[in-house]
Design a protein around this ligand. Sequence first.
Ligand code: ADP
Length: 449
Amino acid sequence: MASFASISKNNSSTVPTGGGGGGGAAAITTTTTITATTTAAAAASEGGDNWKADLKAPTKDTRIQTRDVTATKGTEFEDYGLKRELLMGIFEKGFEKPSPIQEEAIPKLLLGNNVLARAKNGTGKTAAFIIPVLDKVDVAKQYIQAVILIPTRELALQTSAIVKELGKHIKIEVVATTGGTNLRDDILRLMSPVHVIVGTPGRIDDLAGKNAADLSKVQILIMDEADKLLSPEFLPVVESLVNRCAPTRQLGLFSATYPNAVKAFKEQFMPDCTIINLMEELTLLGITQYYAFVEEKKKVACLHTLFSRLEINQSIIFCQTVSRVELLAKKITDLGYSCFYIHAKMTQQDRNRVFHEFRNGATRHLVTSDLVARGIDIQSVNVVINFDFPKTPETYLHRIGRSGRFGHLGLAVNLITYEDRHNLYTIETALGTEIQPIPATIDRAKYCT
Ligand code: ADP
């Protein structure tokens, strides 16, 4: 294996601090404001023809996109017979055409089928289930009709925000509810009519157990990161929640990874389901993966070299334990780089603040445990660094999928110690992918456009 020492420390490239373009540093601080025009809303409700022309979509993202999101059959969102107000929300979010998983899953869920869907990270699974949910909900009915289960709190908040964005022209009431927040606030909120609940299983089950959330009329239950939700940690609560829903409820399971755990659940609760599998190959085409062979005690120096050599727009750096997360964040700060850290032992308030600020570009680097390995969508992250190499192929796949969102380009760099070498081989084999030794110079075109 190549030695990382072969990379010269001569800093010939600099981290950009400004400039335009989706891949430039400007993307860190630029947030696009999406404004709905009253004209558009009025045109839609009157059934006017001009509704689409009047919408205000965000600035078009002109970055390269890979076949992971472009290899579609060519259908349009308008082909699905969706509510006009929902189409408005979709186009104002900047979605012009459905991605492959959206093309497959949306019609099936609209038809009422149970769906087990597998598609790569960042290819649009979230909207693939939110769009049918929003189409199915009847806002005239003042009760909970849909539940979206999510394994982590940050992801639940991110998903509920997307439900609100896509549903902004529908008068839909959405509640996001997760552990780590005041239960009483959620109970009070649920005293008013709610159509959709998005949250973590334990909290939703708690609310249902206290009769604060009546799930008996829920017609559609979605599980995002379904394999995680069906792992032993969550399974009993998830089964309890499924049993609380209407007997005719429809199930939609989504993930990029499906270990065997899902099989038993499928046989018991959805033997007739439609299976969608868009993962003949497993890793994203847009992500270039490298490893650097390094001694444990030289990892920080190696990271320093990477910081000075790479054009990092934003990076997520994964460590194996909470204490290593904190220690590394301190070391990075001592080196003079701005960085935040996040892990499951922090208070929810701190977690939310860090996450929000990183998303808004307040800092370039985020050091984390596997808390944000799944689902988190921050388009300006172009580099993922496994400071500690993960133990399983699933974790590896989810971690590196934090860059290269929606078919864009990204870089994954893995620091490999002597002890990791077998694991590197196992993960490469399991995923059918090749993680290359890191070259002395990395072509910016591989991850910066
Ligand atoms: P996944 O759940 O598969 O990991 P996401 O649903 O988080 O992926 O989508 C990744 C990114 O792609 C998000 O930023 C989302 O807004 C964007 N996206 C999703 N669908 C579309 C679409 N049809 N057109 C353009 N961008 C999309």
